[in-house]
Design a protein around this ligand. Structure first.
Ligand SMILES: Nc1ncnc2c1ncn2[C@@H]1O[C@H](COP(=O)(O)OP(=O)(O)OP(=O)(O)O)[C@@H](O)[C@H]1O
Length: 242
C-alpha cells in the first residue's frame, strides 16, 4: 500500500448560490501527506468530501490514478454504539481483509479490545478505533478530518505520534485537515493553507524534515512560524496589505 496519485484541478464548489471554493489546485504524489489548514468554514472538509467523491465539484475535477479505496476519519469517531469494535470494522471491510481486524486494532494500541463496544472506550480510544476502521480497508487515499481535534492535548500528542508511526509503516496518500500548525509540521510533507472569499489556495509550504519527527525539535520552529504567517496572511481581506 503506497497510495494513489491525487490531483485537484481547478476545483470549485457551490452550495446553492454560495460559492465556497474557487480555483483550488493541488497535487499529492503516492504516499504523500498534505495538511490542509485554514479558518473555520474555509472549506477544508468540503475539499475532503470532494476527494472522497462524496461531493461533486461545480467546477474542475479530481484526478486519481485508479479508483482509490478510501479510508475516512471524521472529527468524531462515529462508531456504531450497538456493535463491537470487531463488528464496526467488519462493516466497512472487504471480506478478504476481515482476518486483519485484530491486528489492525493492535496497530492502534487496542489489542484485545475487539469485543468491546464503543461505550466502553475513552474518547481517545474511540478515535484510535476510528483510525483502525480507516486503515483496515488498506486505503489508497486516507482522509483525516481533524483526527485529534476532540482530544485533550496529551491524548492528541499520543495519537499524532501514532499516526506518524502508522503512516511510515503503512504509507497512503493522505489529506490531513487540522487547525494545529504543530500537527501539520509533525505529520505532513506539505502544508496548504486555504483562505479568501470564495476560498482559494492562500499558500503552500514544503516540510522537508527527516522522520520520525519530534514536535519539540527546535528545527520545527521556523516552519511553525511560516505556517502561522501563511494563516495570518490568508485571513487578510482581498486588497488589504498583510
Ligand atoms: N452540505 C452543505 N450545504 C450547504 N453549505 C454547506 C454544506 N457543507 C458545508 N457548507 C458550508 O460550506 C462552508 C465550508 O464548510 P466546511 O465544513 O468545508 O469548512 P471547514 O473549513 O472544514 O470548517 P471547520 O474548520 O469549522 O470544520 C461553510 O460555510 C459551511 O456552512
Amino acid at each position: 500500500m503506497t497510495g494513489t496519485d491525487l490531483r485537484f484541478e481547478d476545483i470549485g464548489v457551490c452550495y446553492g448560490p454560495r460559492e465556497i471554493l474557487r480555483g483550488v489546485s493541488a497535487h499529492v504524489p503516492p504516499g504523500g501527506i498534505l495538511a490542509l489548514l485554514g479558518r473555520s468554514g474555509s472549506g477544508k472538509s468540503t475539499l475532503l468530501n470532494v476527494a472522497a467523491g462524496l461531493s461533486v465539484p461545480s467546477h474542475g475535477r479530481v484526478v486519481t490514478r485508479t479508483s482509490p479505496r478510501v479510508g475516512y476519519v471524521f472529527q468524531d469517531a462515529r462508531l456504531l454504539p450497538w456493535l463491537t469494535l470487531q463488528q464496526n470494522l467488519a462493516l466497512v471491510c472487504p471480506p478478504e481483509f476481515r482476518a486483519d481486524i485484530p491486528a489492525t486494532l493492535a496497530l492502534v494500541g487496542l489489542a484485545g479490545r475487539d469485543h468491546d463496544r464503543p461505550g466502553q472506550l475513552s474518547l481517545g480510544m474511540a478515535q484510535r478505533a476510528a483510525v483502525a476502521r480507516a486503515l483496515v480497508v488498506r486505503p489508497d487515499l486516507l482522509l483525516l478530518d481533524e483526527p485529534c481535534g476532540a482530544l485533550d492535548e496529551l491524548t492528541a500528542a499520543e495519537l499524532r505520534a501514532e499516526l506518524g508511526d502508522l503512516l511510515r509503516r503503512r504509507p497512503a496518500t493522505t489529506l490531513l485537515v487540522t487547525h494545529h500548525p504543530g500537527e501539520a509540521v509533525q505529520l505532513a510533507d506539505r502544508v496548504l493553507v486555504l483562505g479568501g472569499t470564495p476560498t482559494g489556495v492562500a499558500g503552500t509550504l514544503d516540510i522537508d524534515l527527516p522522520r520520525p519527527r519530534d514536535p519539540d525539535d527546535p528545527a520545527t520552529l521556523p516552519l511553525l512560524r511560516e505556517v502561522r504567517g501563511l494563516l495570518r496572511r490568508a485571513d487578510v481581506p482581498d486588497g488589504v496589505e498583510a
